[in-house]
Design a protein around this ligand. Structure first.
Ligand SMILES: Cc1cc2nc3c(=O)[nH]c(=O)nc-3n(C[C@H](O)[C@H](O)[C@H](O)COP(=O)(O)OP(=O)(O)OC[C@H]3O[C@@H](n4cnc5c(N)ncnc54)[C@H](O)[C@@H]3O)c2cc1C
Length: 379
């Protein structure tokens, strides 16, 4: 009889595909389930680009996790031969005296991160596509860059399947229940499978499957808007991804094809989602005002008329920290949820940690501050 641990991964999206890869690489008997198929655009992982940063604006404890993710992104690219990440740097801009910018600078210096501080004049010379208001600073995170989310999810899930994992596509899990004698019963429309451990990575659908999480995960609707530059300068200098902290609260990424720039807004501007299966994917013209204002003030060489609008979902926690760990009182159920708009960059690290928790019951990585029961400081 096989002694391999049987692990179910519920949701083969950003976190689940990586968990499947790391579990399969470590010899587990992995069975994944997704309500759609890897790389789909209905959850948190669509829209062709995600920012990777080595630095963090609020919590130094994330830096080792970013380092782990950095190494694993390289490894996934090597193992699959796919170009998933482009290290074109990441610009972080905000009020020089604000708490996020001060934390960013002190953490970057203390942890020896490869970064460069640019004042208004230096930014205007190097990246004339961005305007920096008086009293604001820019920090270039040189190890930052752009990840391709759909390709990454497919690469991780595909690599897991190559290593022996099985994946049930278009198979929503309806229920998880403790099995008699230990383990977990995974219930789908096709029957019930018994596994030793379940890793739940259901993203914006987490409350449908686990309605009693110890920390609330609120689902929000995010609009992404693509704009074509009116000058050729936009992609000069490597065109790093960028984040603007308060008061602008937005981010953006030049598209990999060099044609347009994607802009997104921060949490406060996202509407709540009551039913993730009924996400309103139509964008009303009234929703475009903020994009237009930000472009006019900060990036006037972009045409404010969007060429593409897409709508996605994400789960947010009050603290901004995700829930990563065993569900209280359930030693066979590991949950990863509530990545609060910044989880993609961490996803291979989260996959590795999920594998540790599922196979060993614990992890050596410092994630106590992400425990499902930990309130965590508000970021
Ligand atoms: C517009 C947008 C921009 C973002 N930008 C960035 C960025 O620049 N950088 C960054 O690091 N992060 C970014 N994020 C955040 C990041 O993308 C998310 O944190 C991450 O994708 C969350 O991954 P997830 O695995 O929790 O959810 P998902 O990737 O959505 O995966 C959940 C999966 O579970 C499946 N599923 C759900 N319920 C079930 C069920 N019952 N049975 C079977 N399968 C099920 C779904 O089909 C889905 O495939 C952004 C998010 C959004 C929405």
């Amino acid at each position: 009889m096989s002694t391999r641990k049987r692990v179910a991964v519920i949701g083969a999206g950003s976190m689940g595909s990586q968990a499947m890869w790391r579990l399969a690489a470590r010899g587990a008997d992995v069975v994944g389930y997704d309500r759609y198929a890897p790389g789909h655009d209905r959850g948190a992982a669509g829209g062709e680009t995600r920012i990777f940063r080595a630095a963090h604006l609020s919590e130094p404890a994330y830096v080792p996790l970013l380092r782990l993710a950095d190494r694993l992104w390289d490894r996934l690219q090597q193992e699959t031969g796919r170009a998933l990440r482009h290290r074109n740097g990441s610009l972080i801009m905000g009020e020089s005296a604000s708490a996020p910018m001060r934390t960013l600078l002190s953490v970057s210096a203390a942890q020896g991160l490869d970064h460069e501080v640019l004042d208004r004049a230096a930014l205007a010379r190097r990246y004339p596509q961005h305007r920096l208001p008086e009293g604001h600073t820019a920090v270039l995170d040189r190890r930052g860059g752009t990840i391709r989310p759909e390709a990454s999810v497919q690469a991780a899930a595909g690599r897991a399947e190559q290593l022996g994992a099985r994946l049930h596509r278009y198979t929503p899990v309806r229920e998880l229940a403790p099995a008699a004698g230990g383990g977990v019963n995974v219930v789908t429309d096709h029957g019930t499978d018994q596994v030793d451990t379940a890793v739940v990575t259901a993203g914006p659908w987490i409350n449908t499957l686990l309605p009693d999480l110890p920390r609330a995960v609120e689902i929000r609707r995010l609009v992404s808007s693509w704009h074509i530059p009116t000058t050729h300068d936009w992609f000069a200098g490597g065109a790093p991804s960028f984040v603007r902290s308060a008061p602008h609260d937005c981010y953006g990424l030049p598209s990999p094809d060099g044609v347009s720039v994607k802009i997104g807004l921060s949490f406060a501007r996202h509407l709540p989602v009551t039913d993730p299966e009924r996400l309103d994917r139509t964008v009303d013209p009234a929703e475009l005002g903020t994009f237009r204002e930000l472009i006019g003030e900060l990036m006037p060489d972009l045409n404010p008329d969007p060429v593409r609008l897409s709508v996605y979902m994400e789960g947010y926690t009050e603290s901004g920290h995700p829930l990563v760990g065993h569900l209280p009182g359930e030693r066979d159920i590991v949950v990863l949820a509530g990545f609060s708009g910044s989880g993609f960059k961490f996803s291979p690290a989260m996959g590795e940690i999920a594998a540790d928790l599922a196979l060993d019951g614990t992890t050596e990585h410092a994630i106590d501050f992400l425990a499902p029961t930990a309130p965590g400081p508000v970021v």
